[in-house]
Ligand binder design. Structure first.
Ligand code: UDP
Length: 328
């Protein structure tokens, strides 16, 4: 298929673009490199540098695009509270421009990168797709608003769309992994300690109502996540907007994740308890039963040690590259 992939300089978008290319698809990327890395864009893709809202119409007007996979977005919860305008314009307005352009150029297949943050603090786990959506921050609110927009565009204009609500994506695929200028995620931060780039990891609260008192999350391997995008792309039905959760139906506490990182890296990884982080729920675990049943999604890298091992391999390579880069 001839595909437009937005945001393929970012972590999730670049792995998905690489896997799409491996499956023989023709990939054009739009990315403004605001948070992504140019070197993460797979070499087999054509790269258009710029904002999606500025570039999408000229790209889609070339004709013959079969589908769009839309990853380009701002995605930091804390930043979304401080600068909501960046999120409403950057996420919602951008996606409306994309949808309008898809309609104008008869592109009717869309896979959208959504998030567990649309659910907010759940009353129970595992979270199924029919749980109430009640985002607790602007980031989740913008992603949920986009889902509403996609539903109505799908019905009115015959677009076949799937929103994939990710839980905690982690791990790496080949030479692509988590490499952000501002890192806030647990596994890459712990691995920076193992690499010697940080002194210790802070555990945000050990008084949560969980077995060991630390918060529990559902970690999903980036490569399994990419498979779900392929399945969604291949099965979208005109006029239908589907929503699927992507997780592993299982959760690990912050302490368990630190322990797995100690096992994989052999580093003692000093940890210190710090206050809870604002807006963090105690437990987030997805039910992915719906996508397994309907699309036969079959994640194979669900073991936490596998996820951490792949992330560690990537982090070490990154450390070596930084070390050997010319200075000055
Ligand atoms: N966390 C932590 N220390 C850190 C970063 C994260 O204790 O330095 C915790 C965080 O409070 C949450 C879990 O690790 O309970 C996963 O956080 P992350 O930012 O990776 O993903 P989120 O669940 O917020 O999307």
């Amino acid at each position: 298929m001839k595909l437009l992939v937005t945001g393929a300089a970012g972590y999730v978008g670049s792995v998905c673009a690489a896997v799409l290319l491996e499956h023989g698809h023709d990939v054009t990327v739009i990315d403004n490199l605001s948070t992504g890395n140019r070197e993460a864009i797979p070499s087999g893709a054509r790269f258009v540098e710029g904002d999606v809202k500025d570039c999408v119409d000229s790209v889609l007007s070339e004709g013959n695009f079969d589908a769009v996979l839309h990853f380009a977005a701002r995605s930091l919860v804390g930043e979304s509270v401080e600068m909501p305008e960046e999120y409403w314009h950057g996420n919602v307005a951008t996606t409306l421009a994309l949808l309008d352009s898809m309609v104008a150029h008869n592109v009717s297949n869309l896979v959208f990168s959504s998030t567990a943050a649309t659910y907010g603090e759940p009353a129970s786990v595992p979270i199924t797709e029919d749980f109430p959506t009640a985002p607790t921050n602007p980031y989740g609110a913008t992603k949920l608003s986009i889902d509403y927009a996609i539903t109505s565009y799908a019905h009115a204009h015959g677009i076949g769309a799937t929103s994939l609500r990710y839980f905690n994506v982690a791990g790496a695929y080949g030479s692509i992994g988590e490499n952000r200028e501002i890192e806030t995620h647990l596994i890459p931060l712990i691995l920076q300690v193992a690499l010697g780039h940080r002194e210790k990891i802070f555990i945000f609260g050990d008084d949560w109502p969980t077995a060991d008192g630390t918060a529990v999350r559902d970690y999903i391997h980036i490569r399994d996540l990419a498979d779900a995008h392929l399945l969604a792309l291949e099965s979208n039905e005109p006029g239908t907007h589907r929503i699927y959760n992507l997780g592993s139906d299982d959760g690990y506490s912050v302490k368990q994740v630190i322990e797995a990182c100690r096992t994989v890296t052999g580093h003692p990884i000093p940890a210190e308890v710090a206050p809870r982080r604002a807006g963090d729920p105690a437990v987030l675990i997805a039910s992915s039963e719906k996508i397994m049943r309907e699309l036969h999604w079959n994640p194979t890298r669900t073991d936490l040690n596998t996820i951490v091992r792949d992330a560690w391999e990537f982090t070490r390579q990154l450390g070596e590259r930084a070390h050997s880069a010319p200075r000055g």
